[in-house]
Design a binder for this molecule. Structure first.
Ligand SMILES: *Cc1c(COP(=O)(O)O)cnc(C)c1O
Length: 237
């Protein structure tokens, strides 16, 4: 049986606006970023045909093999990078993405600023915070966040719009969402990217403005772009 993407999108959007209303927020205050990683372009097209415009990919190379054609055909689509970015792919990321959610190192910030300067393209940038201080996870640790945000804005002139986090799998996510919201508040940042298929309602409660949802819309992960994985694991800066 083929997954009904239009219906899943409608259900997820309704659950998001229900949660927003339940927590006293506007029904349109939370944007759904549909995460299409591992899914082929045909699947993305079905979501676009259902009227969706905002998408997320977690690997630059997979996005490069999937999105240039789609963006040409559907110029209103907006693509978010939600996975780790290596410095040597900063130029590609600036050309391909409309929002880069995972800025987390000064050298990366500086490379992004350089490529923005060179091309005149300025995708919105968000800073990934490693709220759980997990060794294997990307992101700045909470104690370094204020200074990192300052440096990205003042030293590198990046268009920083907000913060993003991925809570540890085995912990209560609300503590992480609350921490991210507090760091954003004290730095005057409006956007909060937090919440996935399993915990987006809690994220909305704590102020998410972007939720990143894959499985609940597209079903289990597929094989598309797996080749990019080897690259991601072997090269790091
Ligand atoms: C895959 C992914 C998601 C979506 O996860 P689902 O559980 O499929 O909804 C969200 N955020 C990031 C960073 C991801 O890599």
């Amino acid at each position: 049986m083929q997954i009904d993407i239009a219906q899943n999108l409608a259900e997820v959007k309704e659950a998001i606006s229900d949660a927003a209303r339940a927590y006293g927020r506007g029904a349109d205050s939370v944007r759904l970023v549909a995460v299409t990683k591992t899914h082929p372009p045909e699947t993305v097209r079905r979501a676009i045909a259902a009227g969706h415009q905002f998408f997320g990919e977690n690997r630059v190379q997979e996005a490069e093999s999937k999105w240039p054609g789609l963006k040409q055909e559907f110029p209103d689509c907006r693509l978010h990078l939600i996975g780790p970015l290596q410095r040597n792919k900063a130029a590609l990321a600036v050309s391909l993405f409309d929002v880069i959610e995972t800025v987390d190192r000064i050298k990366l910030a500086s490379a992004l600023a350089r490529h923005m300067e060179a091309t005149g393209r300025r995708p919105d940038c968000m800073i990934q915070v490693n709220t759980g201080e997990e060794a294997q996870k990307a992101g700045v640790v909470p104690g370094d966040a204020d200074e990192f945000i300052r440096a990205c804005r003042e030293d590198h002139g990046l268009p920083i719009t907000g913060l993003m986090c991925i809570p540890p799998v085995d912990e209560e996510p609300s503590l992480h969402f609350a921490l991210l919201a507090e760091i954003a508040r004290r730095n005057g940042l409006a956007e909060l990217s937090m919440g996935m298929s399993a915990d987006f309602e809690t994220a909305v409660q704590f102020g998410a403005t972007l939720v990143r949802i894959g499985t609940a819309i597209f079903g289990p992960r597929q094989d598309y772009g797996r080749a990019a994985e080897a690259d991601r694991l072997t090269s790091k800066d």
